[in-house]
Design a protein around this ligand. Sequence first.
Ligand code: URA
Length: 186
Amino acid sequence: MEAMDALREECLRCDKCGLGRTRTNLVFGTGNEKAKLMFVGEGPGEQEDLQGVPFVGRAGKLLDDMLAMFGLSRADVYIANIVKCRPPKNRDPLPEESEACYPWLEKQIALIRPRLLVCLGRIAAMRFIDPHYRISREHGQWVERDGMEITAVYHPAALLRDPRRRPEAFDDMKEIARKLRELSDG
Ligand code: URA
């Protein structure tokens, strides 16, 4: 069995927090396991829980559209969340749930070894960039860590709530796509 499939099997049986007992489906991650570009969100919502795939609700559709604007699709990237099981009634994951789940994401990153890691929203940015991350000031800035270049963009759900932020998100995504092309050409 491929390493990622084996990890998924193990994750299916995880009981490190209680969320596995109330979820419908595990939302492990999806996309190209050899991708140079990986996106990380916070945790599954209702649609993701029902389908077992990250970012398939309205926010996910917007993410797909933004990728498509730069000639990218899910087949070019890998998408996962910090928390793999939907918290009941869409409440935010508790710190101890995120903590318990994070090692799964670390293992996914170790297998994929992306060159670019993009945090979708503040919560992922707080985990990967800075615990005091301020998305409105710092989105689109890059840091280098653990052999990856890391940035954060507005969460697509935030862009649905406040479309005035979309031009900034568009610029950030443009730079992400440029860096990815540079990696592929060079
Ligand atoms: N929001 C997230 O952070 N992740 C998903 O998979 C869906 C919505």
